[in-house]
Design a protein around this ligand. Structure first.
Ligand SMILES: *[C@@H]1O[C@H](CO)[C@@H](O)[C@H](O)[C@H]1NC(C)=O
Length: 463
C-alpha cells in the first residue's frame, strides 16, 4: 500500500501529553471478542481505546490548549520534554465528540461528527481483557484472525482499516517514564509509514520542528516519526480492499528522523511503506469485490486471515498469508491473480517478488525483511487497530482508483478499483459523505480452523 494506515484526521479547535487529565473520565467502550481453540470459542469482555492524537491536550494549570488546530502552543511547549511535563491528555466523549460506539461485539466508527467542534475520522485499539492500562497483544503465528465488516456506507476515498501495529503493550509507559498516560489514553502509535503527525513519541512531544500540514487544518508533522512493523489485515471501502504486510528493518516502536523516516526518499525509510498488497481488482479480478459483485459490499461479510508458518507451529517463520471470505452462508477462497506472470491467491515470498517485478515496483518489501520479518513481529505480539480515515496525501487512490496518476491506467498494477482518478479529495468526501461509517464486529482469533470451522456449514465447492 502506498499510503496505508496513517490517519491525519483530528479534532478542529481542541488540542491534545503525556500527562493524564482529569476533566473527563476515560471510559473505554466495551467490546466483546472471541478467543478460540480447537474445542470452540469463548467470548471475552474487552474494550477499545481512542488514540491519544485525537484527544484534548491542555496545560496542567489553567487548561489552556497545548495544541490547537495544527500547532503546539510555543509558550507551553518550548521543547518536547517541557511540553510532555506541562500537558495533559484528556478522557474522551467517544460517542458525542468522536462518533465511536460499541454494542456487544460490534464497533461502529462514524466519519464526520459535528458538535462544538468537527471531528474527522478516528483510530482505536483493542484493550486486553480486564485491563484499562494494557493493549491486547495478538501473537498469531500459525493462527487465524476473523472479523465481520460492513463497508456498505464507505464510498471512494474513505478507508475503514483493521490492522496490527507493533506497539508496546503499555503504550510506552514503562520504557519512557515521562509518558504518564499510556495505553489507557491510547499512546504509543507507530506504523510502517513512520508517521510524523504523532504528537508524542518516546514520552516527548514531537513539537520540535512541528509544522502544520499545508493541506490539512487538523494535522501537522514534527521532526520525528514513529516507525514499526505493520500488518494490514484490511484496508477497504465499498469499492476495493487490500491486505498488506509492511515489515521494517527495526523491531518494536522506533523513533526516526530524516531519511530514516523516508523524508526525501520513500525507499530509504526504516520500513517498507509500500508493502506487498493483495487487492483483487489490482490483481486482475475486477468482478470479485464491490457492490453487487461476487463479494457484495452492499452487505456485511466475514474476513478470515491465516498466518501459515514454515513448520506448522507457532515457532516457525511466516511463509504465507491466506485469505478467505464468508458471505450469505458461503465460503469464498480469495480471488486468483489474473495478472500475467503472477500466480496464486495468497501472499508468499514468490507472489510478492513476481508482483513487484511485473508491476515495476521496487521490492523494498523483501529488502526490509519480507514475510520473515513480518512473522517475527507477529510472533512477538501486535496491537489491533481499527480506524476510519480519509487521505490528505493521495486521496486513497492507491486503494480504489488508478495510481499513480501519471501512469497509463491499463498498465499492469495501476488500476486498483473503479473510483475516478480525481476522487477521494478530503474536502469533497467530508462535505459529501459526512455520514460514512464502518462497522467491525464478531472479532475472533485462534488456531487455524478454529474461527472458521464454525462458519463452514454453508461452504461451496470453491474452497
Ligand atoms: C499559550 O499558552 C499561554 C500560557 O498558558 C497562554 O497565555 C497563551 O494564550 C497561549 N496561546 C495560545 C495561542 O493559545
Amino acid at each position: 500500500m502506498l499510503t496505508s494506515a496513517f490517519a491525519f484526521a483530528a479534532l478542529l479547535v481542541s488540542a491534545r501529553a503525556q500527562l493524564a487529565g482529569t476533566v473527563t473520565a476515560e471510559t473505554h467502550p466495551a467490546l466483546t471478542v472471541s478467543q478460540c481453540t480447537a474445542s470452540g470459542c469463548k467470548t471475552s469482555a474487552q474494550s477499545i481505546v481512542l488514540d491519544s492524537n485525537w484527544r484534548w491536550l491542555h496545560n496542567k494549570v489553567g487548561y489552556t490548549n497545548c495544541y490547537t488546530g495544527n500547532e503546539f502552543n510555543s509558550t507551553i511547549c518550548t521543547s518536547g520534554k517541557t511540553c510532555a511535563s506541562n500537558c495533559m491528555l484528556e478522557g474522551a466523549d467517544y460517542k458525542g465528540v468522536y462518533g465511536i460506539t460499541t454494542s456487544g461485539n460490534a464497533l461502529k466508527l462514524n466519519f464526520v461528527t459535528k458538535g462544538d467542534n468537527t471531528n474527522v475520522g478516528s483510530r482505536t485499539y483493542l484493550m486486553a481483557a480486564g485491563s484499562q492500562t494494557k493493549y491486547q497483544m495478538l501473537k498469531l503465528m500459525n493462527q487465524e484472525f476473523t472479523f465481520d465488516v460492513d463497508v456498505s456506507k464507505l464510498p471512494c476515498g474513505l478507508n475503514g482499516a483493521l490492522y496490527f501495529s507493533e506497539m508496546a503493550e503499555d503504550g510506552g509507559m514503562a520504557k519512557y517514564s515521562t509518558n504518564k498516560a499510556g495505553a489507557k489514553f491510547g499512546t504509543g502509535y507507530c506504523d510502517a509509514q513512520c508517521p510524523r503527525d504523532i504528537k508524542f513519541i518516546n514520552g516527548e512531544a514531537n513539537s520540535d520542528g512541528w509544522a502544520g500540514s499545508p493541506d490539512d487544518p487538523n494535522a501537522g508533522g514534527g521532526k520525528y516519526g514513529s516507525c514499526c512493523n505493520e500488518m494490514d489485515i484490511w484496508e477497504g471501502n465499498s469499492v476495493s480492499t487490500a491486505y498488506t504486510p509492511h515489515p521494517c528493518s527495526v523491531s518494536g516502536p522506533t523513533r526516526c528522523s530524516g531519511t530514516d523516516c523516508g523524508i526525501g526518499d520513500r525507499y530509504a525509510s526504516l520500513c517498507d511503506a509500500d508493502g506487498c498488497d493483495f487487492n483483487s481488482y489490482r490483481m486482475g479480478d475486477t468482478e470479485f469485490y464491490g457492490p453487487g459483485k461476487t463479494l457484495d459490499t452492499n452487505k456485511p461479510m466475514t474476513v478470515v486471515t491465516q498466518f501459515i508458518s514454515t513448520d506448522g507451529t507457532a515457532n516457525g517463520d511466516l511463509k504465507e498469508i491466506k485469505r478467505f471470505y464468508v458471505q450469505g452462508g458461503k465460503t469464498f477462497a480469495n480471488s486468483d491473480s489474473k495478472v500475467e506472470g503472477v500466480t496464486g491467491n495468497s501472499l508468499t515470498t514468490s507472489f510478492c517478488a513476481a508482483q513487484k517485478s511485473v508491476f515495476g515496483d521496487n521490492n523494498i518489501f523483501e529488502t526490509r525483511g519480507g514475510l520473515k520479518k513480518m512473522g517475527q513481529a507477529i510472533k512477538s505480539g501486535m496491537v489491533l487497530v481499527m480506524s476510519i480515515w480519509d487521505d490528505h496525501s493521495a486521496g486513497m487512490l492507491w486503494l480504489d482508483a488508478p495510481y499513480p496518476p501519471d501512469k497509463d491506467p491499463s498498465a499492469p498494477g495501476v488500476s486498483r478499483g473503479t473510483c475516478a482518478p480525481d476522487s477521494g479529495k478530503p474536502e469533497v468526501v467530508e462535505a459529501e459523505s459526512p455520514d460514512a461509517t464502518v462497522t467491525y464486529s464478531n472479532i475472533k482469533w485462534g488456531p487455524i480452523g478454529s474461527t472458521f470451522k464454525a462458519l463452514k456449514q454453508g461452504r461451496t465447492e470453491r474452497v
